[in-house]
Design a protein around this ligand. Structure first.
Ligand SMILES: *Cc1c(COP(=O)(O)O)cnc(C)c1O
Length: 436
């Protein structure tokens, strides 16, 4: 044990992992090697210990290069933040801030007011509220309006979004009873009307984020549903999920429904994420009619879902960039979406120069994050041939910086659209190290 711990390659992990963790990992390796000829296996023991410790090191939260071509990649932390958002976090959190303090009156203020103004401007809503994430926003809405009552949902929208967020289960947990209407492929406003009862609390629409029903289909038109809601005194809530604030057609993509669209169609409340197509920090945003938002503010559950000052700082700075197309391009995911193939081709050159055998190939990038499941962006990828692509991919994941790409037909592909341009140099160097 002492000999292994004293090996420089093993001791090097101590500052980051701590002596006890390193000892425990080495102890496990030694136990596993018990019975074997230890002297002969010594080199292997050290190598196994280093590998195990390397695995532990990679469990820490570290920056990763996303070369997958999936822009809003949930497993890789969704939206990278704009420089302005990072600066705002540093500025606001370096010292104290007016998080819950009204500077004009010198009295207690509300953190929930901080981003509401910008959200009203951008969506046309009467009021807005920010919580920890969109799942929390949906839960808060259901808890406030529908506990012990009924929520009517189209059968075509009983979705599972991933990460265990399934609409029927969230409803159940919130104490609301689900009333399914229509069929998987066809749902009409008249289905909602027939489901009305004195216990009806909400009509809920959910964005079918990650799948599409095609063929013989019909959906209840949002505007007609809102009219039915108005006539019968039932609020319509729309869970949009991805939260695009602008028309994605400007980027050559299909139109993705925005919060503005949903409100204009008459939704009472609309929920969406801060870190999908908004391109900001993890957050859940509710916009809509002022009296409904006021009821949400009055729910004691809000305390458990409350948003942090770092999030509010980053979110406010990101929302400011959404005011016009030019500043929006400083939000990393919009820089990625807006990059032309010429931009990507120019960035490919240093890769081709440094990596013998590398080729540029056409690729397809996806928005990801449960939005526009079939929308594809033409892209370019660096392709590297490898005799053992799985092994090379593993070495790249374990390198510094870790690089996550794709393997296709025995080749390693690195999509340039999702690699941040400022990372190109480090990625070229890492690829050269591992493959050369
Ligand atoms: C992603 C998504 C959510 C969950 O959002 P989080 O911010 O991850 O909590 C909820 N509803 C829909 C439709 C989504 O796409």
């Amino acid at each position: 044990m002492h000999r292994v711990l004293a090996e420089p390659a093993v001791a090097a992990f101590e500052p980051q992992l701590g002596r006890e963790t390193v000892k425990a990992a080495v102890g496990e390796i030694l136990d596993a090697a018990r019975g074997a000829d230890r002297e002969r296996a010594y080199g292997e023991i050290v190598a196994s210990a280093v590998e195990a410790l390397e695995g532990l090191r990679l469990q820490a939260l570290v920056p990763v290069v996303n070369a997958t071509g999936i822009i809003v990649h949930t497993n890789l932390g969704r939206a990278p933040l704009a420089g302005e958002a990072l600066a705002a976090v540093a500025e606001v959190c370096r010292g104290y801030a007016n998080l819950e303090y009204d500077l004009a009156e010198g009295e207690r203020g509300s953190r929930y007011e901080r981003a509401a103004g910008a959200l009203r401007e951008l969506t046309g809503a009467q009021d807005a509220l920010v919580v920890n994430n969109c799942a929390a926003a949906v839960l808060l809405v259901l808890d406030t309006f529908a506990k012990g009552r009924e929520v009517v949902v189209a059968r075509s929208e009983l979705v599972e979004i991933g990460g265990g967020f399934r609409v029927p289960e969230v409803l159940e947990r919130s104490g609301a009873a689900l009333v399914e209407v229509g069929t998987t492929n066809r749902v009409y406003v008249s289905d909602f009307e027939r489901a009305l009862s004195p216990r009806t609390a909400l009509f809920l629409r959910t964005h079918p984020s990650n799948y599409r029903i095609e063929g013989f289909t019909h959906e209840a038109a949002p505007r007609e549903l809102a009219e039915l809601g108005k006539r019968s005194g039932v609020p319509v809530v729309e869970d949009l999920g991805s939260g695009a604030l602008c028309d994605l057609e400007a980027y050559g993509l299909p139109h993705e429904r925005t919060a503005c669209d949903a409100l204009a169609d008459g939704a009472t409340l609309v929920t969406f994420s801060g870190d999908k197509l908004l391109g900001g920090p993890q957050a859940g945003i509710v916009v809509g009619r002022a009296p409904a938002i006021a009821r949400l503010r009055g729910n004691p559950l809000l305390r458990a879902l409350r948003v942090d000052k770092m999030t509010l700082a980053a979110l406010s700075a990101t929302l400011e960039l959404h005011a016009a197309p030019a500043p929006r391009a400083r939000i990393p995911i919009y820089a990625m979406i807006g990059a032309t193939l010429e931009d990507l081709r120019a960035r490919a050159l240093p890769y081709l120069e440094a990596l013998p055998g590398a080729q540029i190939v056409d690729g397809i990038a996806y928005l990801g994050g449960g939005s526009l499941p079939q929308a594809q962006l033409p892209s370019l990828a660096i392709a590297l041939a490898s005799e053992a692509p799985d092994r090379t991919a593993r070495a790249l994941r374990r390198g510094t910086p870790p690089i996550v790409g794709r393997i296709e037909r025995g080749r390693l592909l690195f999509d340039l659209r999702t690699i941040l341009p400022q990372d190109d140099r480090a990625v070229v160097a890492a690829l050269a190290r591992v493959t050369g």
